[in-house]
Design a protein around this ligand. Structure first.
Ligand code: NAP
Length: 309
């Protein structure tokens, strides 16, 4: 029989959610984390991490497993179910999953973000047949072939670098002539002899018969070219996952992320948000874990205020 009530429920078992769980458990609260996929979130698709202080060269999935075990050893209850809805009744919050409902007094939303789509012809048709949103997951299928990466942020730059090691040629297609990603990542990408930059250009279609055979690119002057490739890796950022939150429940920022203050408090008392799902200028592991710790501290303060400490 599952325990259907916890002091704190955390939606999402990525770095933000698992850190919040660890801190809440260490403060003595009962905690349930809901995770609908793999614990660790985007860490699972990060091959190597070199900017998380104290752990240079760590592999993402390994850090994810360490964070998970640390939270579990601290006594966190992890439930592998997708949250589909939530409702608020005075101080009690109810989270709905496919198996029923669970209640808590403090709720931390750490549901992360999902890949943005280009919305061009061929993208859906060829997803899984040459269109991918994760080079570290699918790059191996295209060993020795020509591929394209679309995007200009750190993810696109790192995917291009990774693919350059296993593919014959990588076209990096970006809509502007300057990259959004960091200078060091831009330099590393430019130093790869088999990466060709296709700048001020947008993908207008992904073409082929049964699998991807080419990517159609529109240049700034309106001309179009077709580049023969076996795969297109789309890395154009992500959108916060908030579909389980009823409209009007929480204040959202214009980009759809959850508005929080410096203490991770949302517009509703007792609900906090942390990590990629909240309005943040920087989406990194270090900012997600910091958010998780702050959200946990704020949840503890809230529980004390309502007499649940
Ligand atoms: P991002 O920084 O938001 O970059 C998205 C890129 O896609 C931008 O270059 C954007 O172009 C482009 N783009 C967006 N919509 C597009 C569209 N419809 N068509 C064509 N291009 C489009 O996303 P990200 O690279 O996934 O990174 C997300 C966060 O994680 C960032 O904060 C990033 O720094 C961080 N991150 C950090 C590391 C690291 O530190 N090693 C690694 C990966 C990710 P514009 O530039 O023209 O807007």
């Amino acid at each position: 029989m599952k325990d259907r009530h916890s002091d704190v429920i955390i939606i999402g078992g990525g770095p933000a959610g698992l850190t919040a769980a660890l801190y809440c458990r260490r403060a003595g609260y009962s905690v349930t984390v809901f995770e609908g996929g793999m614990p660790g979130g985007k860490l699972n698709v990060t091959l190597e991490i070199d900017n998380y202080p104290g752990a240079p060269g760590t592999e993402g999935p390994s850090l994810a497993m360490t964070m998970l075990s640390q939270a579990e050893e601290a006594g966190t209850n992890i439930v592998y179910e997708q949250v589909t809805g939530l409702s608020l009744q005075e101080t009690l919050k109810t989270v709905t999953t496919e198996s029923g409902s669970y209640s808590c007094h403090a709720l931390i939303v750490a549901s992360g973000s999902e890949n943005r789509k280009l919305g061009v012809p061929g993208e859906d048709k060829f997803t899984g047949r040459g269109v991918s949103y994760c080079a570290t997951c699918d790059g191996g299928f295209f060993k020795g072939m020509d591929v394209a990466v679309c995007g200009g942020g750190n993810t696109a730059l790192e995917e291009a670098q990774y693919l350059s090691e296993i593919c014959s040629k990588v076209y990096l297609i970006h809509r502007r002539n300057e990259f959004r990603g960091s200078a060091i990542n831009v330099e590393r990408t430019k130093s790869k002899p088999n990466v060709e930059l296709v700048l001020s250009a947008t993908v207008s279609a992904i073409e082929g018969s049964d699998r991807v055979e080419s990517v159609r690119v529109r240049r700034a002057d309106g001309s179009e070219i077709s580049i023969p490739v076996s795969a297109v890796f789309i890395a154009i950022g992500s959108a916060p996952i908030t579909s389980f939150i009823p409209e009007g429940t929480l204040a959202l920022a214009p980009d759809g992320s959850i508005e929080v203050d410096a203490l991770m408090r949302t517009s509703v008392p007792g609900i906090f948000a942390a990590g990629d799902v909240r309005n943040t200028p920087l989406r990194q592991i270090v900012t997600a874990t910091a958010d998780g710790a702050l959200a946990a501290a704020s949840a503890g303060k809230y529980l004390a205020e309502i007499g649940r400490a």
